[in-house]
Design a protein around this ligand. Structure first.
Ligand code: ATP
Length: 278
């Protein structure tokens, strides 16, 4: 099923910082159960911005529940591809479809987390998380679901605080909770740990792994950090000038240790490909 004009809450947490009006929030389905994890099927995906031909006929299949990382040089089209996957933009050509565990075509519940948490400073942490549910949910349900999502990111005790009282890492955990609160079937992560210090980043990598394993969504991570990609993902894809130049499986069991020689070897192989030495 091609992605049509999009109607998800993504717009609220993605676009201009000033576009926080509540009328932007769409209705959301009931949140009592998790959305079906969504497998992805991309065929011949093209994206042009005027004369700039950014994505050139991408074919990609991502099985239900897989964790995929996308790496590549700056400007190679990583974020553009991610935005197409969650419906924030439309391809110029080709088709994107989604399927559930049984192989049936589904409409995915997709969410995205960006590098900047983009929290609303005038409402509490819990209310920021509840924003991810949209309008069609009672205040009480919103609070309950927000508490559940905050617990998943180990931030329950901050529910009543203002965002300004949080550290950078805590704010990003709130952004993750806001994305998780509607129990998405597809979670896109656009360099979500890029602004964090090294130690906080390592802690967040473990947290992301834990929530992914617990909640079972399909994850697509864009990162500049090849070490992070091999640490987190089942599979790493290298984009180069709008095409997939390497599709590498990372079969190492979890939990994964930083400094693992097998992962270091894979990281070297990815870097050689990205830098054109392979
Ligand atoms: N909305 C847009 N309008 C015009 N050009 C765009 C738009 N979004 C992206 N581009 C162009 O598409 C190309 C790919 O950008 P994209 O942000 O996808 O790259 P990236 O690989 O994510 O880069 P980085 O690693 O630096 O974040 C760039 O040339 C960029 O200028």
């Amino acid at each position: 099923m091609p992605i049509g004009p999009y109607q998800s809450p993504l717009a609220l947490i993605s676009d201009s910082e000033t576009d926080h009006h509540h009328q932007a929030l769409p209705e959301t389905p009931a949140v009592a159960q998790a959305a079906a994890p969504a497998g992805l099927r991309l065929r011949g995906i093209d994206k042009r911005f005027g004369d700039n031909h950014v994505l050139k006929g991408i074919d990609l299949d991502v099985p239900v529940g897989q964790f995929v990382a996308i790496v590549g040089k700056s400007g190679c089209g990583k974020s553009t591809l991610l935005r197409l996957l969650v419906g924030l933009d439309e391809p110029t050509g080709g088709e994107i479809s989604f399927y559930g565990e049984g192989g049936d075509t589904i409409e995915p519940n997709a969410r995205i987390v960006f590098q900047e948490p983009r929290l609303l400073p005038w409402i509490s942490v819990a209310d920021n998380v509840a924003v991810g549910l949209g309008d069609g949910v009672s205040r009480q349900t919103g609070r309950q679901e927000a508490q559940r999502a905050l617990a998943a990111v180990q931030l329950s005790e901050k529910a009543g605080d203002w965002p300004s009282k949080l550290s950078g890492g805590q704010r990003q955990r709130v952004a993750l909770a806001r994305a998780l609160v509607s129990r998405p079937g597809l979670l896109a992560l656009d360099e979500p740990l890029g602004a964090l210090d090294a130690l906080t980043r390592l802690g967040m990598q473990e947290l992301v792994t834990d929530v992914w394993r617990e909640l079972g969504f399909t994850a697509v991570l864009v990162t500049h950090d090849v070490g992070e990609a091999v640490h987190l993902a089942d599979r790493v894809i290298v984009l180069d000038e709008g095409r997939i130049s390497l599709d590498l499986e990372i079969s190492q069991s979890r939990p994964r240790r930083h400094g693992d020689p097998v992962l270091a070897e894979l990281e070297g192989k990815l870097l050689d490909t990205i830098l054109g030495k392979a």
